[in-house]
Design a protein around this ligand. Structure first.
Ligand code: 5GP
Length: 182
């Protein structure tokens, strides 16, 4: 079945090549901005995993990788306001330059939670590299320094992002057909 004929989606927003292109562009900026430093790249599970792979493959400087799992979204179609830490980092981020690797910034509450957590642990700097930014979804004033794509306020899945825990493996990002969840 071709991507465009896929009834699960009303629209394909970005295919694999486009996402890889965005990752290359951001990796080059990170190489430049963090020259001579070894940032800790904090991947937010599970949604950012595919994006993180593309990003990391294209960064040539030394980096460290760590993973964190927060629960902010429970498999439905809108983010919940309550955020809890499910799996913590193993790296001590005190005095380290940290880059949060996110799938999407929607309300911004997850990002704020992570920034506050990392700063409270003494990180020297905290920036974010997000695959997608849903500006119209922001409930608070947050911003990611590195953004792959700006998207409209629609529910998307694929390339790490789930619909009820499935479709994370799809090699593209699409707008989920509302008929599926209505
Ligand atoms: P927040 O609302 O806190 O910015 O985003 C929390 C999380 O909700 C994101 O990291 C992502 O996992 C999930 N999320 C937000 N918008 C979408 C969306 O359009 N599709 C999917 N699959 N998940 C989303």
């Amino acid at each position: 079945m071709s991507e465009l004929a896929d009834p699960r989606f009303t629209k394909i927003l970005h295919n694999h090549q486009e996402i890889e292109g965005a990752a290359k562009r951001i990796a080059a900026r990170i190489d430049q901005d963090y020259a001579g430093k070894t940032p800790v790249m904090v991947v937010v599970l599970k949604g950012a995993v595919m994006w993180a792979g593309d990003l990391f493959r294209n960064i040539t400087n030394d980096i460290e990788m760590d993973f964190i799992d927060i629960a902010s979204y429970h498999g439905g179609i809108s983010s919940s306001n309550k955020i809890t830490l499910r799996t913590d980092l193993t790296t001590d981020v005190k005095d380290r330059d940290v880059i949060i690797v996110e799938d999407i910034v929607d309300t911004g509450l997850s990002l704020r939670f992570l920034e506050d957590l990392l700063k409270s642990r003494g990180a020297r700097s905290v920036q974010t590299a997000t695959m997608l930014n849903k500006k119209a979804g922001h409930k608070i004033d947050v911003s990611a320094k590195y953004v792959g794509f700006e998207i409209d306020n629609e529910f998307v899945a694929g390339y790490g992002l789930d619909y009820q825990e499935i479709w994370r493996n799809l090699p593209f990002i699409g707008v989920v057909n509302p008929e599926i969840y209505s």
